[in-house]
Write a protein of this length. Sequence first.
Length: 635
Amino acid sequence: MKRSLSRPQLSISDGSDGGITKYSKIEPVLLGLSEKRGYSNEDNLTNELKEELFKRHMLEPELIGFPDYPLDSGWEMYRHGMGKHFVKTHRHLYIPSNAATLNKIWSLIQNVSSFELRNKLRWIFTNIVFRCSKFNRRLPSGGGAPITGVLYIPSMIRQENPVALFHSRIEMVLNKVVASIPYQLNSSCIQTGDLGTLNLPKDVVDYAFIDPPFGSNIYYADMNFLWESWLSVFTDRKPEAIISDRALSEKKSMEDYGKLMFCSFNTLRQALKPGRWLTVEFHNSSNTVWNVISESLQRAGFVVADVRTLDKKQKSFRQTTAAGAVKQDLIISAYKPDSGLEKRFRLIAQTEDGVWDFLRSHLKQLPTFVSKDGQVEVIAERKNYLLFDRMVAFHVQRGARVPISAAEFYQGLTQRFPERDGMYFLSEQVAEYDKKRMTVKDVLQLQLIVTDESSAIQWLKQQLTRKPQTFQELHPQFIREIGGWQKHEKPLELSQLLEQNFLRYDGIEEVPSQIHSYLSTNFRDLRKLNKDDPALIAKAKNRWYVPDPNKAGDLEKLRERSLLKEFEEYRATKQKRLKVFRLEAVRAGFKKAWQERDYITIIEVADKVPEKVLQEDPKLLMWYDQALTRRGEGL
């Protein structure tokens, strides 16, 4: 493999102090021969011309005033082959002739008397340094461009002419871009700094958009090295929100990253007006990083209202080449609760009135109707289980007990809010949804991937809502869906999931409405039959169906009792780490411990859960982080 090969070296006299500098060997090559340009395909570089080009471009000139700064293995970007290329300082990132030319251009810019023009020229100069460096790779088209988001020296470097490139940028930027922008001194404000500590006024911002660092995807301070070396002003790395294991003072863990993101989101929450929105564009293939972002966002006081994908069409280098890389960005829409809701919640927290007051406010913020290609898109945030999750998170982030169970919540939801296509609306929203729903035919169902007990239950609910089925009908489908079942998650039989969460019609009483509706709609011979008709009963017998909320409450209580029994086993076990366990049982146990303000139990069991599982599950992470914050109250 190429990475295992040794690169040939060159030892060249350093013109500045008489020392010797080592380089990876680079030879000039004439490419793109064309008879139209006066070349013949037989033309080649003679040894004499090669020697002349080598002397002109590769021998170190005397670089007076060149802003040279050290570069070593402590930098994350150094891992991308800098050592193999013998790069030790800023100067080594350029072919020597380009370093000399850039240095000359920079010194001329520094002598420009006009402050405004000097700054514009500096801006243009920093725009060309990447193209004039060894990072500039030759493209198949014949042009050149560095790989974005990473500092990488390619095998085939295209050497640009810095003077020509600078002149072209002056023409483009000064004469076209800058001239087209109306200059108004007070029309906007640009401020640079650490968002986590920015002193912004409170309740003044109408909208915020943030495109944060995505964990360890890009090391921004490293990427700034070239132009910051020319400016002699470097990024303060201490507040940089990245994940890095390098052996310098800037080493940061996932926990450090989460704290920095929380501080940033907290600044934005304080600056936003109540009821206004924040959009977060996010890209990372790691569930752990996604959960840290999501948890930090909610811990700062935001309520997540929508998560969807953004296809930017043009993929980054890592999206194109990395195995398992996420091909699209996530767009997270969240809002700052209005001051009225916060004031009311402080008065009625930990009561049912507080639950439904929050839910009315939350439903008001959610989009009412979304369509795509002539189909209705299911708005996931309007599904009952996600509404329950948002309600729980709202209480937990404010240190309040959750006053009702999931079954009680689902029952109250059905009683208080109209339902359409599995989504819940305010009464004033449902008319708008019904009107627009008539313009399309089909509902685009959510794509569920079964990886654990929770997602398996949601998948079964989706299947049985659409069509009540027998065990024999469901089983082959279920087997196909559980291929991605997580290793740490305790395997559960389909029969167990059905018995704990759904009802089976035994043929003794009347056919339930859920089954009757499906059969009378899809079978002509069963239409207009009474629910006690023998033919209907025979067709309906042994079909599993989704219980109505009144009966679901009893099932939920039985299931919760079983989950808490397993959780008690996890709490009492002497194992340091749980290898295979029921994630739903841990969630149920954490919720019960939170209600009882038993924060120590949450922390003790969390220490037994594998770190990766804890970090990748947003619910567990929420309970755990809040327990750590409040553990003093539980002692």
